[in-house]
Design a protein around this ligand. Structure first.
Ligand code: SF4
Length: 183
């Protein structure tokens, strides 16, 4: 099977989910979120295609990675190819995060997407909304996006959020009092 990617695999990321991760940048997205940071990944004919076998081979050769992260673009436009890679990654002991502009509830209406979600540990869902943009939310761009525990959500048939990522981080400003004031 083939997958359309925007670029080569990116190992050693520390900003696309917990721990050290390899990012798989998929090509193709039609959500058109105003302010999208990655417009070059929208064209469904852009990027390049590669076999899922090649991607898995490359993943097998990487060291020191906690997991993989599907990003893009929107990986959920290619659920079958992502499913193959996610299954392989979990067999290798890697955890799987995925970003999507769809909501979890919308994905549940597609059997292909549900099959893929069975091999996803964490889903960051929803479009990027510029009015909700925040630099104080972990691993996402806007407050509306949710960091979802996928196995628990599938089991309960409703969204279960990962508690430590709910809401915005507290912003702390450390005011250091000088010990001595020289005049
Ligand atoms: S879903 Fe992601 S890649 Fe697609 S338009 Fe929105 S921000 Fe951009």
């Amino acid at each position: 099977m083939e997958i359309r990617l925007a670029s080569g695999l990116q190992p050693d990321s520390i900003v696309d989910g917990e721990g050290i991760r390899t990012v798989i940048w998929t090509q193709g997205c039609s959500h058109n979120c105003p302010g999208c940071h990655n417009p070059g990944t929208h064209d469904f004919k852009g990027g390049f295609t590669v076999s899922t076998a090649e991607v898995m081979n490359e993943l097998a050769g990487l060291k020191g990675q906690q997991g993989i992260t599907f990003s893009g673009g929107d990986p959920l436009f290619q659920p079958e190819a992502c499913l193959e890679i996610a299954k392989f990654a979990q067999k290798q002991g890697l955890d799987v995060w995925c970003y999507t502009g769809f909501t979890f509830e919308t994905l549940l209406k597609s059997e292909k997407c549900v099959q893929f979600l069975k091999y996803v540990d964490v889903l960051v869902d929803g479009p990027f909304i510029i009015a909700e943009k925040s630099l104080n939310v972990d691993f996402r761009g806007s407050r509306n996006q949710r960091i979802i525990d996928v196995p628990a959500s599938l089991a309960r048939k409703q969204v279960v959020l990962i508690p430590k990522y709910v809401g915005e981080r507290e912003v702390r400003v450390n005011i250091v009092k000088p010990k001595h004031i020289y005049v």
